[in-house]
Design a protein around this ligand. Structure first.
Ligand code: MG
Length: 205
């Protein structure tokens, strides 16, 4: 089974008068995380970890901070896009582990609720989501929230039916060039002559 790993990091500054969103939850706190979106540092780090696992760029590529559409956006949208990118690449999430670094509010008492919310947003079992928190001891970053996230992903196995079709196609002998030329000349009259495709330009505008 092919597995990949992705890493994500994010950081936001606390600002008075802004609602605080972490892990998809609205938290009761006098300050929130400043950002163009809702500033959800945890969801942003997980989004980047998922995108990173399939080398699909980062959150800023998909949602540029200058784009007015993402002003105060719910970060669950970013996470949803990352899951779609993961699925598009043929992978699914195995587990995600995160570490929040912030002075306040204390995450311990709400960690279970936060895990449940993130697991729900990711569409995985609770046991696949880990949320840990530390204070920024000695970093001088008491007014900042940071988050590190790692995600393990695995390739979605091909369904048995598809597998046998693929094996059949691969087992077919390659086409003989002479046979192809003969076939083409029987259609076009000459082995060198090719009929240019005709496009109806009105249909492709
Ligand atoms: Mg961010």
């Amino acid at each position: 089974m092919e597995t990949r790993i992705g890493f994500g990091f994010d950081s936001h500054e606390f600002k008075p008068g802004v609602p605080l969103h972490i892990g998809g939850l609205a938290l009761d706190h006098p300050e929130g995380l400043a950002g163009h979106s809702d500033g959800d540092v945890l969801l942003h780090a997980i989004t980047d970890a998922l995108l990173g696992a399939v080398a699909a760029g980062d959150i800023g590529n998909f949602f540029p901070p200058g784009d007015p559409r993402w002003k105060d956006a719910d970060s669950a949208i970013f996470l949803k896009l990352a899951i779609e990118e993961l699925e598009h690449a043929g992978f699914r999430l195995v587990n995600v582990d995160t570490t929040l670094i912030l002075n306040a509010p204390k995450i311990g008492p709400i960690a279970s609720e936060m895990r449940a919310r993130v697991a729900d947003l990711l569409g995985v079992d609770l046991s696949r989501v880990s949320i840990k928190a530390k204070t920024p001891e000695g970093l001088g970053l008491d007014h900042v929230a940071q988050c590190h996230a790692v995600a393990l992903v695995e390739r979605v196995p091909e369904p048995e039916e598809l597998k046998s079709i693929t094996a059949e196609i691969e087992a077919e002998p390659p086409l003989d060039d002479d046979v192809v030329e003969d076939l083409l000349s029987s259609v076009h009259g000459s082995p060198k002559k090719r009929v240019a495709p005709v496009y109806d330009t009105e249909d492709i505008t």
